[in-house]
Design a protein around this ligand. Structure first.
Ligand code: ATP
Ligand code: MG
Length: 541
C-alpha cells in the first residue's frame, strides 16, 4: 500500500482541521460545465476534490455549472455523471448552478440597491474598447451613473424579457483603473433568449461564471474551493462578490495547476471540434483523451487514479508525457490481465507431418506468474498462424525466430522447423511448410532440441478472426495549437488489422487481455469482434 499523497492543498486542509477552522468539516465540489465530455484533465480535479473529501471524511458535491444554455445539454450531464461514477467516486449530492438562479438574482438586486452594480447599455464592441489594457486603465461606462431606481427597473425588465440580446448587461461597479482587468466593472448578467435544459423558459438572463461560482460555493458551504491556476486572477473578484453581498460564509479559493498531456488536447472546445468535424469517431473514440475514450480503449479507473496520484497537485504548470499515463496503464494490467495469443498479421504455417483433420488440446496458464487466473485450452492442429514478423527469409545473425531450415518453439506447444517457403504470385511469402516434433510438447519435452526462440501462434481452424485497431498518437506534435489543429493532426492515428485470436479469448469474461509479445488489448464495448489496442508492452512504440 502506497502512502496517501500529500500536497500543498492537503497540508492546508490538515492545518485547517487541526486548528478547528472547519465547523462543517471538509466540503468540496467538482463543478463541470455540461458542455462536453470529461477528459483526463478533469480526472485530476475529480481525484483531488473527491479524494480529499474521502481522505478527511468530508462531502463532495457534483455541481453542474450550467449558466450557458447555448452550449450545454443533458447528454453531457449524463455522460459526466457516468464518468465520475466509473472513476470510482460517489458524490454527496448533485447540484446545479441553475438550482440557485433565484438566489443569485436576489444578490444581484442587493448589489444594485447598494449602488454596487449597474445596468450598462454599451454594445460589446464599445465595452471592449473601454476596458483598457494591461498597461492602460479602462474608462468608466457612460451608464455607470444611472440611479439605483433606474437600474432596478431596467434589471427587472431585462428579466421580464423586454430587451434583445446584447441591449443591456448588468455590471459590477468596482474600479475601471484596477490593474486586474477582471476587476474593471465586470459583467455579471447577460441577456440570452435561449431555453435552458433545466429551467426552460423561466429565465432569459443568465449570470456569468465569476458571479455564480462564488455564490454557489458559499451557499453550499464549500470549505475549499479548488480550481485551476487560470482563475488566480479571478480570485479578487470571487472575494469581492462575497465581501459585498449579505452572505456570511466565504470559502477560500485555492488554485492548482492544470494538467496538460503531450500529443493531445485538453480543452472541451477543441475536443468538441474534433467530434463535430468528424476528425474522430465521437467523444468515446479510443484516441480521445476523454474518460469515455480511455474507457473504450481499455484503460481502467485504477490506472487513471494512479496516474493522477503520480502527477500530484502543485502550482507549477505541467505538461505530462504520455509515457507516464501508459506506464500506469501497463502497471495496472501487468498482474491482472489474462495473457493469451493473438496473431496480428497472420502467416499460415502447415505442419506437413501432423495428421489431417485432427486436433489436439493443449493447456496453458492465463498468466504464468498469476496462477489464480487459471488455465485455458489451446486447440492445436495441422494449420496454424504465426506472426508475419516472426519469420525472416534471410535472418540477421542471432535471429531467434523462424527462418528457412531453422527451429522455433511455439508457446505452450511444440517445436517446429521450417522446411519449405511458398510464395505467392507477387513473390511474397504466402505459407510455410513446417514439421513439428511430436516429442517436444511443452512440459513433456524429451526431444533434446534447443531452439533459441519462442513465438506465439493461433490454430487456424479454431482461431477467431477479429479486427484489431492499433492506435497511434492523435497529433503529430507534442503541443497541438487550436489554430493549427488540422495541420497538427496525425492522419494515420489508427491502423485496422485483420487478426486471429485463440478461441479462449473470445469465451473469457474479461474484456482486457495481454496478447503475448504484443501489448494490451480490450474488446470493444460496442462493436463485436473488434479489439482496441490499449497500450504496447514497452515504452516508445
Ligand atoms: P475546458 O477548457 O476543457 O472546457 P474547463 O475548465 O472549462 O475546461 P470545466 O467543466 O469548467 O472545464 O471544469 C470543471 C473542473 O475541472 C474545473 O474546476 C476545472 O478547473 C477542472 N479542470 C478542467 N480542465 C482541467 C485540467 N486540464 N486539469 C485540471 N483540472 C481541470
Ligand atoms: Mg469551462
Amino acid at each position: 500500500m502506497e502512502s496517501p499523497p500529500t500536497d500543498f492543498i492537503r497540508q492546508r486542509i490538515q492545518s485547517d482541521l487541526a486548528e478547528q477552522r472547519l465547523s462543517q468539516g471538509v466540503i468540496t465540489r467538482f463543478p463541470p460545465e455540461p458542455n462536453g465530455y470529461l477528459h483526463i484533465g478533469h480526472a485530476k480535479s475529480i481525484c483531488l476534490n473527491f479524494g480529499v473529501a474521502e481522505q478527511f471524511g468530508g462531502k463532495t458535491y457534483l455541481r453542474f455549472d450550467d449558466t450557458n444554455p447555448l452550449k450545454e445539454s443533458d447528454e453531457y450531464v449524463d455522460a459526466i455523471k457516468a464518468d465520475v461514477k466509473w472513476l470510482g467516486f460517489e458524490w454527496t449530492e448533485v447540484t446545479h448552478a441553475s438550482d440557485y438562479f433565484e438566489e443569485i438574482y436576489n444578490y444581484a438586486v442587493e448589489l444594485i440597491k447598494a449602488d454596487k452594480a449597474f445596468v450598462c447599455s454599451l454594445d460589446a464592441e464599445a465595452m471592449r474598447s473601454t476596458r483598457g489594457s494591461l498597461t492602460e486603465p479602462g474608462q468608466d461606462s457612460p451608464y455607470r451613473g444611472r440611479s439605483v431606481d433606474e437600474n432596478l427597473d431596467l434589471f427587472q425588465r431585462m428579466r421580464n424579457g423586454e430587451f434583445a440580446e446584447g441591449e443591456h448587461v448588468l455590471r459590477l461597479k468596482i474600479d475601471m483603473a484596477s490593474p486586474n482587468i477582471n476587476m474593471r466593472d465586470p459583467v455579471i448578467y447577460r441577456i440570452r433568449h435561449v431555453a435552458h435544459q433545466r429551467t426552460g423558459d423561466a429565465w432569459c438572463i443568465y449570470p456569468m461564471y465569476d458571479f455564480t461560482h462564488c455564490i454557489c460555493d458559499a451557499l453550499e458551504g464549500i470549505s475549499h474551493s479548488l480550481c485551476t491556476l487560470e482563475f488566480e486572477d479571478h480570485r479578487p473578484l470571487y472575494d469581492w462578490v462575497l465581501d459585498n453581498i449579505n452572505l456570511n460564509y466565504h470559502p477560500p479559493q485555492i488554485e492548482f495547476s492544470r494538467l496538460g498531456l503531450e500529443y493531445t488536447v485538453m480543452s472541451k472546445r477543441i475536443l468538441n471540434r474534433l467530434v463535430d468535424e468528424s476528425l474522430v469517431d465521437g467523444w468515446d473514440d479510443p484516441r480521445m483523451p476523454t474518460i469515455a475514450g480511455l474507457r473504450r480503449r481499455g484503460v481502467t479507473p485504477a490506472a487513471i487514479r494512479d496516474f493522477c496520484s503520480r502527477i500530484g497537485v502543485t502550482k507549477q504548470d505541467n505538461t505530462v508525457e504520455m509515457n507516464l499515463l501508459e506506464f500506469c496503464v501497463r502497471k495496472d494490467m501487468e498482474d491482472s490481465a489474462p495473457r493469451g495469443m493473438g496473431v496480428l498479421q497472420p502467416l499460415k504455417v502447415v505442419l506437413t507431418n501432423f495428421p489431417e483433420d485432427q486436433s489436439i488440446e493443449l493447456q496453458g496458464p492465463w498468466h504464468a506468474q498469476n496462477e489464480s487466473l487459471g488455465q485455458r485450452t489451446l486447440p492445436f492442429g495441422r494449420e496454424l498462424y504465426i506472426e508475419r514478423a516472426d519469420f525472416e527469409l534471410e535472418p540477421p545473425k542471432k535471429y531467434k525466430r523462424l527462418s528457412p531450415g531453422e527451429m522455433v518453439r511455439l508457446r505452450y506447444a511444440f517445436i517446429i522447423r521450417c522446411d519449405e517457403v511458398i510464395f505467392d504470385d507477387n513473390g511474397d511469402v504466402a505459407q510455410l511448410n513446417c514439421s513439428y516434433f511430436e516429442d517436444s510438447r511443452s512440459g513433456q519435452d524429451t526431444s533434446g532440441l534447443k531452439p533459441k526462440g519462442v513465438i506465439h501462434w493461433v490454430d487456424a481452424a479454431a482461431g477467431v478472426p477479429v479486427q484489431v485497431r492499433d492506435y497511434q498518437r492523435l497529433f503529430k506534435v507534442p503541443n497541438p495549437g487550436s489554430d493549427t489543429l488540422l495541420a497538427d493532426i496525425n492522419p494515420d492515428s489508427v491502423v485496422h488489422l485483420n487478426a486471429v485470436v485463440e478461441p479462449a479469448i473470445m469465451q473469457h469474461d474479461s474484456p482486457r487481455f495481454q496478447f503475448e509479445r504484443q501489448g494490451y488489448f480490450c474488446k470493444d464495448a460496442a462493436l463485436p469482434d473488434v479489439f482496441n489496442k490499449t497500450v504496447s508492452l514497452r515504452e516508445g512504440f
